[in-house]
Design a protein around this ligand. Structure first.
Ligand SMILES: [Fe+2]
Length: 390
């Protein structure tokens, strides 16, 4: 059975075949001698061309080309007001590189220099007088057919580029969608409302912006940060949902969510996955070296890990968890300040305070969501003992 041509390509082929009739093309022709203009007009009219724009003053020609959206310029060379060569240069300079616009010269000047000059400035054809009418008809038709084919080719390329853009956008959207859902899947294990990961991403973006990171890096971190706890997928329910305080062994297992997350995200091919892996690995490190898994301290902790650490702890504090009620904003802010220089980089704590101070509407929304989640979000399992989260 024959395979049908895929629709987009069939469509492109159809577009390729939509060629204009050359007789519908617009031709501007320039000559300072009225008799020459009349003669050329008659030849073109007899050939069937319907859109003819005669021009006796070369200085007006560039404007006429634009005004009539012309497809061809025919010009004399030696004219008192403006030299034909100058006109060719002016016109070619103003056309875009991908617009194949034909210019033909008709002249009594048979010198090789004139022909070379005209062609080197961008003329596509050079016809010397005396000429036969059929010669003009054939040359004009050739030039117009070439222009029309170029147009069709350009439409075809534009169309294919648009298809590639659409497909790339779809793929990118699907990829980001999957990553968001992966982050949510991990969050749903122990916290059902699912907005924590989004807020951590948002807070990290604002904080990165405040710290002066370039916009593409800010955007990347905003998308990567929600994956910080993706490794919780690999933590057994008995530990993740255990009531009461975790013992030392259980806490060791709980800490393995970092390692699981890194293994899940490892060897990513995209910038986003590489950054998400770095975030998963370093979001529990602490400024004073008391964090895990590697006990890094100070600026040995990658900046993105330092940023996510603050956003993650802050959002956890101001929201209810199975093991604790939501803290008031002021108390959580004071706690972040208290941990400055211990858990968190003082510089980033200061930037975080600026973000919160500058955005009262953000604080109001965080407070509202915290209240809504406490009403609607049903924490899974019995209450944890305080301290299991960090
Ligand atoms: Fe974590």
């Amino acid at each position: 059975m024959l395979t049908a041509v895929p629709a987009p390509y069939a469509d492109s082929e159809a577009r390729m075949n939509e060629l204009r009739d050359p007789l519908d093309a617009t031709i501007v022709f320039v000559d300072d001698e009225p008799v020459n203009l009349t003669l050329l007009g008659k030849i073109l009219e007899r050939a069937g061309y319907r859109r003819l724009v005669p021009c006796g003053d070369p200085r007006a020609a560039p404007g006429l080309l634009t005004e009539h959206d012309a497809d061809l310029l025919i010009t004399d060379l030696h004219m008192p007001e403006m030299d034909g060569l100058e006109l060719i240069s002016t016109v070619t300079r103003t056309r875009s590189a991908d617009d194949w616009f034909p210019i033909a010269v008709i002249t009594a000047d048979v010198s090789p220099d004139a022909e070379r000059d005209a062609l080197s400035r961008g003329a596509k054809d050079f016809i010397t007088k005396p000429f036969r009418a059929t010669q003009i008809e054939l040359r004009v038709e050739n030039l117009l057919r070439t222009r029309i084919l170029h147009e069709a080719l350009r439409r075809h390329v534009d169309h294919l580029e648009e298809l590639v853009r659409e497909r790339t956008f779809e793929l990118e959207t699907a990829r980001l969608d999957l990553l968001e859902r992966l982050a949510l899947a991990a969050e749903f294990r122990d916290y059902v409302t699912g907005r924590h990961t989004q807020r951590v991403g948002e807070l990290c973006g604002l904080l990165a912006e405040q710290l002066g990171l370039p916009a593409p890096e800010v955007d990347l971190l905003r998308r990567a940060a929600p994956l910080h706890d993706v490794g919780k997928i690999g933590i057994p329910d008995a530990i993740l949902l255990k009531p009461g305080r975790l013992d030392e062994d259980e806490f060791r297992t709980m800490r393995e969510h970092v390692d699981v997350g890194v293994r899940l995200l490892a060897q990513g091919q995209s910038e986003l996955m590489v950054l998400a892996e770095k975030v998963a690995l370093t979001h529990h490190e602490r400024w004073d070296g008391s964090g895990y898994p590697r006990g890094l301290s100070g600026d040995d902790i990658p900046l993105v890990g330092q940023i996510v650490a603050i956003a993650d702890v802050f959002d956890t504090l101001i929201n209810a968890r199975p093991y604790k009620p939501a803290w008031k904003l002021e108390t959580a802010i004071a706690e972040i300040r208290r941990k400055s220089g211990r858990w968190f980089s003082p510089r980033i704590v200061e930037a975080f305070m600026t973000v919160l101070a500058d955005q009262p509407e953000l604080l109001a929304r965080l407070e509202r969501e915290s209240w809504e989640d406490a009403q609607n979000g049903r924490p899974i399992g019995p209450p944890f003992a305080a301290g299991n989260a960090f």
